[in-house]
Design a protein around this ligand. Structure first.
Ligand code: NAD
Length: 474
């Protein structure tokens, strides 16, 4: 079912979004929109209805895109001054700003995220492009005093020069489609690299819209190429390609391992941003009025399909019962619905298959003896909705406490000590280490805990405090 027949739960979308959905998405290779080897459909996860068709490619299309990126890198892109590249990126930011409503609506429809999140991430993407445009003119090297064995022989100058890595393959997931794409594209362009991007086959739309904006901004052909396709096909071809200098990947840990193996052929550089299972430590003096909604959204933001999600909640015995009651109440009153509805706080899971996986985790948590205090089921309506779910009486050995679920499922574990080393040991009992938080009114306790929790970043009295100029890693 295409276009006019799509029901957006009665919500109106911009004419340009509707027009975009009516055209089959193609591959962007060397500045041209071209056909691929097959056609796929993408669905609205809130209704299950088909949104649009798009072409996908495989190894052949990846070869063509890499060749285009290579000649742009060796040719016009390399020859351009930093000021000209900055001007192009600033123009791209303005075009994205002018089309912000369409970009926002495409991510809502394709991914299911609520409009308040999609609006925020689009604005943040514009900011990121501006930020990296500004960074172009601040790329600096350094000079060093020549070491004796060089200086003694001759008049010598020793210095470092920052140079672009070359052709970069970028493989992105479905959970924040535009944002993860821009997080990779903007710094790569600023550094003078050229790019072949493979979006997720679940959410191709906003990156395709971005591709047209890159063309409209006037970037030379081949600087940004897009090859939609399946992970095991186009993704594998890109990560094993001998003429790709670097792969930047965000996605699951399992795929991250496959990419490292594939990159071994030409020993290309690899950057990985993988899964998460963040710890959230709530101390007895925490301000619960702030902590209850904050901890709830640490788990439920973006339906829990969020690598930074704080889903392992450690609650001190003194506040455990009040916190749990508040979290269950918050979960029960969350508004689930279509992302286009401004009242929606939580949207659907990305796919029916993923919703089944999340329900599997919930069923196994019950069997393992965790106590279900809220949610735990699918909504009886079209789309892939799962109620925000809270488990108490969890222990460190339970799957619900250990494995990344990537859904709206919170596991609460009680602790009864003020020994910060023991608390940190509980929080660190996981192979993940992306994002954590501590909740306390005592700043000395807060900072001492922050330094003990092994996460890429740890927030105090909030969760997932990231931003364009804040380092992000784990
Ligand atoms: P995924 O690993 O299944 O897919 C991610 C991308 O990799 C997709 O584009 C997919 O097509 C591609 N891919 C799949 N198999 C491949 C292969 N063999 N070779 C090359 N590419 C391949 O992950 P997902 O389900 O799309 O995303 C969810 C995961 O991403 C979660 O684990 C989540 O934690 C993680 N994630 C991490 C971050 C972060 O910044 N750390 C951000 C968002 C999501």
């Amino acid at each position: 079912m295409m276009n006019d027949a799509i029901a957006f739960d009665g919500h109106v979308i911009a004419p340009e979004t509707r027009e975009f959905l009516g055209k089959r998405g193609k591959l962007l290779i060397n500045g041209q929109w071209v056909d691929g080897m097959e056609v796929m459909e993408t669905c609205d996860p809130a209704t299950g209805l088909v949104l649009a068709e798009f072409e996908i490619g495989g190894a052949t299309e990846i070869d063509l895109a890499v060749a285009a990126a290579r000649s742009a890198f060796e040719g016009p892109w390399r020859g351009m001054t930093a000021s000209d590249r900055m001007a192009l990126m600033s123009r791209l930011a303005r075009i994205m700003e002018q089309n912000a409503q369409m970009l926002t609506e495409l991510d809502i429809l394709d991914n299911g995220m609520p409009s308040f999140i999609a609006g925020l991430t689009t604005a943040n993407c514009v900011e990121m492009v501006d930020y990296y445009a500004g960074a172009i003119m601040r790329i600096e090297g350094s000079t060093m005093v020549p070491p004796r064995h060089i200086a003694a022989e001759t008049e010598a100058l020793t210095y470092t020069l920052k140079e672009p890595v070359g052709v970069v393959g970028q493989i992105v997931p479905w959970n924040v489609p535009l944002s993860t794409a821009i997080l990779k594209l903007a710094p790569a362009l600023a550094a003078g690299c050229t790019v072949v991007m493979k979006p997720s086959e679940e959410t191709p739309l906003s990156v395709l819209a971005l591709g047209q904006m890159v063309i409209d901004a006037g970037f030379p052909e081949g600087v940004f190429n897009i090859v939609n396709g399946l992970g095991a096909d186009a993704g594998a071809a890109l990560s094993s390609h001998d003429d790709v200098n670097k792969i930047s990947f965000t996605g699951s840990t399992r795929t991250g391992r496959a990419i490292v193996r594939a990159a071994m052929g030409n020993l290309k550089k690899v950057s990985l941003e993988l899964g998460g299972k963040g710890p959230v430590v709530v101390m007895p003096d925490a301000d619960l009025e702030q902590a209850i909604p904050g901890v709830a959204m640490a788990t439920f933001f973006l339906q829990g399909q969020n690598c930074m999600a704080g889903t392992r909640i450690f609650a001190h015995a003194d506040i455990h019962d009040r916190l749990l009651e508040g979290l269950a109440g918050f979960a029960n009153y969350m508004v689930l619905g279509h992302g286009l509805d401004p009242a929606t706080q939580q949207g659907p899971m990305i796919s029916s298959g993923h919703a089944d996986k999340v329900i599997g985790f919930i069923d196994r948590a019950k069997q393992a003896g965790a106590n279900l205090v809220a949610g735990g089921e699918r909504l009886d309506r079209p789309g892939n909705f799962i109620r925000p779910t809270v488990f108490s009486e969890c222990t460190s050995d339970m799957e619900v406490m250990r494995d990344e679920i990537f859904g709206p499922v919170m596991a609460v574990q009680k602790f009864d000590t003020m020994d910060l080393d023991k608390i940190a040991k509980l929080a660190n009992d996981t192979p993940y280490g992306l994002s954590g938080s501590v909740w306390t009114e005592d700043m000395s306790t807060a900072h001492r805990l922050v330094s003990r929790v092994r996460s890429g970043h740890v927030s105090i009295n909030c969760h997932g405090a990231v931003g364009t100029n804040i380092p992000f890693g784990g």
